[in-house]
Write a protein that binds this ligand. Sequence first.
Ligand SMILES: Cc1cc2nc3c(=O)[nH]c(=O)nc-3n(C[C@H](O)[C@H](O)[C@H](O)COP(=O)(O)OP(=O)(O)OC[C@H]3O[C@@H](n4cnc5c(N)ncnc54)[C@H](O)[C@@H]3O)c2cc1C
Length: 398
Amino acid sequence: MDGPGETDRAADARAAGDRVDLLLAGGGLANGLIAYRLAQKRPEVSFRLVEGGARLGGRHTWSFFETDLGPQADWIDPFVSRSWDRYEVRFPRRRRQLACGYRSISSERFHDVLTAALGERVRTSAPIASLGAQTAILETGERLDAALTLDGRGPGAMPDLVLGYQKFVGQTVRLNAGHGLAGPIIMDATVDQKDGYRFLYVLPWDADTLLIEDTRYTDGDALDRDDMRRGIADYAAAQGWAIDAVLAEEQGVLPVALDGDIQAHWRRAGGLTLTGLRAALFHPTTGYSLPDAVALAEAICDLEVIDAASVSALVRARSIRLWRERGFFRLLNRMLFRAARPGERYRVLERFYGLAEPLIGRFYAANLTGLDKLRLVSGKPPVPVGAAVKCLREKGRA
Ligand SMILES: Cc1cc2nc3c(=O)[nH]c(=O)nc-3n(C[C@H](O)[C@H](O)[C@H](O)COP(=O)(O)OP(=O)(O)OC[C@H]3O[C@@H](n4cnc5c(N)ncnc54)[C@H](O)[C@@H]3O)c2cc1C
């Protein structure tokens, strides 16, 4: 598999601009990590990573809990820009420090690490006009061929899945003095609960630089940027932080899975093999996809033979299996979105953060035990019982 002959063929294919084994359409999180891991572990596989924008990864800060990733995932370390060994949550009736590591990857670093590792296999500023199972046509008319394309062009419309939304605007701000935080505040829900569940999220990059995000769990996907910018400014002022400059801004509308038909989602993809958010590979409650992206890259590289049939079968089966296994999270999400009154949704999370730390870690890793599930739903529910009962059954369709 790692023989020099195979590796030479992959290099020849790259140099000649030939048909490659895999064409990774979209140079974002999922496809970027697949490319990186293939280059490390499976040099016999030829591939191209084709991105429409000028840089890989767009403008994001991707964060994860250290308990989200398995022990085999230390290959992600070069991407990590900042780590903390604890984080905090704040609610009206609960404030808690959790002794769990938290890590963040900036898209600047993502781009730099990937381009250094992949060299000529990366194409940026190359928007794809149309994509087939084995061909990409660029907007310039150039045609690129592969044994298989992987469609990782980010979340598109998902009419077969029923979704709520986690929406946010984040600003990296420089303060005129130190902020005094020792670690991230993952949720500060002691703020006005407009729009549904609302919290502020704060990452301390250095002594006087913060990423502050105003986040809302809402039914609709419309993003009122100005209102969220005001939310950030008001929050900073309330903490006694004076903002000298806004250095950068990012925004997101992430899916929260409530119900749906994953088979229909894949049928709608036609013959395309989807990756990342497009493949519904995200945590059903947070919309975060980094742990799934790391695991998918690893699973592809662990295939005995990497070819069109094995990769497309693996990705599709994995997406369908994980969707099915994560039905319990969709049930909790329906409770949050449909049973809890919008201004009271924070109570569900406030109660959740009273549970044991290992359970909280397994929740974010989407790896709950049967006992965890019982613990999560036992006791007096923080939502009206009648409304909760109506949410129990999943319809399996949009
Ligand atoms: C601002 C923001 C912050 C987030 N923070 C976190 C976080 O902290 N932790 C976490 O786990 N998740 C986070 N997420 C959620 C999720 O992990 C990300 O959205 C993640 O980037 C999704 O990965 P992906 O590979 O599916 O898509 P993307 O990373 O969005 O990649 C898609 C790529 O395809 C490119 N593309 C699209 N169309 C074309 C085309 N026609 N031709 C060529 N290229 C194309 C895009 O330019 C983009 O680079 C965040 C999302 C956002 C938006």
